[in-house]
Structures are given as structure tokens and as C-alpha cells.
Design a protein around this ligand. Structure first.
Ligand code: MN
Length: 256
């Protein structure tokens, strides 16, 4: 985190007293790379304590960091071409509509996406979903599983971790064409699995199943085709090894 942000936060905490303390706690769960652009980080607006800015953030690992599940070339093209284009098109659309990005956070646009253009829907979703996706992964670990109350809630709502993985994988495999599979905490505080087309997500007011996304898997062909070609199920199987369950647990705790 750049020094200027630390100083700003300290000053803010001093000025705002007890309210600032709460903001400080929220800030403490935001990973340091979230501030890597040197711009102030919006704190506290995200449902899982993970505000996603309008600008594309640095990838939290090297392009080869998710191998062997995701090969370096796929990661590079996915991040620097596909995801970067969503971010650029989002910036263009936000500018053309005249949105004050200092006042309206991206999450607010996403949650009222029916009021905006198709270009906004595709690119706000595309940018948001990819930023969310990058942060959901870490270096490959075998026997990678959730723990704590997320583990017990998965067991309660799906029967077992394996049953959950099977249901999630089915949602990912059966999404026809391009889209995403999601683990969502519903508004009734139940864990549910869903999938969305294109770059939609469960935060959007147009989504069939709405709630707080905890985990999302990109099943667009651009996410896996170089290595897996038509074998989307193999990509899904390998991806379980790079899910960062500690982040998913944080989102879950925040959303409960
Ligand atoms: Mn993608």
C-alpha cells in the first residue's frame, strides 16, 4: 500500500473517531494490492468488504502463478486483453453517460443495471466479474477445502463438500455458451448455486437468483480454450485446486 494511503487513513481515523474505527476494521480486510494504483480505496460499501474500483487492478500474481490449472498465456491474454477491454469499455460508457465516479460506486450501477444500456451491462459486469475472479484464486494446493463456518454451511446446504462441487460443476458445464457459475449467499442467507449468461452476475437486478456472490467461475471459452479446447469439465476440475477458500470465507463472513 502506498504511504500516502496509510497517512490518509490514519488522518481519517483520527478525525472520525468511533465511526472511523469501524472503517478501519473494514479496511484491514482489504488486501494490500487493492490499493496498488495509489488511488484512495473506497471502504465499507462492498457487501463482502471488497470494493471493486472502476479501474482494472494489478493481477495479484504472475501470469504463470495459477499453473497448471490455468496456463500463463491464457492468463496473460485473459487479463491484459479480454478483461482490460471490459474495463476500457466501462470507462467509456461511464464517461458518455456522465456518471460521477467519485460519488457513485460501481456496485451501485451493477445493482441497478436494468436502468442502463446493454453496453453498460456487458462491460460493468465484465469488469466486475473478472476483478472478483482474479481475487478468488491462489497458487495451486491439493486437498484444497473450505473450513470454519463456510465448511459447515456448505455441508448443511448441499449435503457435503463433494456434493457442492458436483452441483457447482454441473452449473458450470451446463451453462450454454458464455457465462459464469456462482456460489451465492441468497437474501434468505442460504447458500445457492446458479449460473448467468454473458457477463451478468447475481448482484444485478435482472438476475433470476439474486444475492451476494462468494465464488464465481468464468466459463467463457477465452478462459480455458488454449489449454483445454472443448474440455470445459477438465478446466473446472483443475480449477478447484486454485480456489482461495480464505477469501471466500471472508466474503461469507461479511455477507452473513
Ligand atoms: Mn473472462
Amino acid at each position: 500500500m502506498p504511504e500516502i494511503n496509510k497517512n490518509n487513513r490514519r488522518e481519517f481515523l483520527i478525525k472520525t473517531g468511533r465511526a472511523g474505527l469501524a472503517a478501519g476494521i473494514a479496511a484491514s480486510i482489504i488486501p494490500s494490492w487493492a490499493c496498488a494504483t495509489g488511488k484512495p480505496t473506497v471502504v465499507g460499501g462492498g457487501l463482502w468488504g471488497e470494493e471493486i474500483p472502476y479501474e482494472q487492478q494489478p493481477l495479484p500474481y504472475a501470469y504463470a502463478g495459477m499453473e497448471p490449472a490455468i496456463d500463463a498465456l491464457t492468463m496473460e491474454i485473459h487479463y491484459s486483453k479480454h478483461a482490460a477491454t471490459y474495463a476500457k469499455n466501462l470507462a467509456d460508457e461511464v464517461k458518455s453517460v456522465g456518471i460521477n465516479t467519485g460519488k457513485i460506486v460501481l456496485l451501485d450501477i451493477i445493482k441497478q443495471i436494468s436502468k442502463y444500456s446493454t453496453k453498460m451491462r456487458n462491460n460493468a459486469g465484465g469488469h466486475y466479474n473478472h476483478e472478483f475472479f482474479w481475487k478468488s484464486m491462489k497458487a495451486s494446493t491439493s486437498g484444497n477445502t473450505p473450513d470454519g463456518n463456510l465448511q459447515s454451511s456448505i455441508t448443511k446446504d448441499f449435503g457435503s463438500f463433494d456434493a457442492f462441487k458436483n452441483q457447482f460443476a454441473d452449473a458450470a458445464k451446463n451453462r450454454f455458451g458464455s457465462g459464469w457459475a456462482w456460489l451465492v449467499l441468497s437474501n434468505e442467507k442460504k447458500l445457492v448455486i446458479t449460473s448467468t449468461a454473458n457477463q451478468d452476475n447475481p448482484l444485478m437486478d435482472i438476475s433470476d437468483i439474486k444475492g451476494t456472490p462468494l465464488l464465481g467461475l468464468d466459463v467463457w471459452e477465452h478462459a480455458y480454450y488454449l489449454k483445454y479446447q472443448n474440455r470445459r469439465p477438465d478446466y473446472i476440475t483443475a480449477w478447484w485446486n486454485i480456489v482461495d477458500w480464505s477469501i471466500i470465507q471472508k466474503r461469507f463472513s461479511k455477507a452473513l
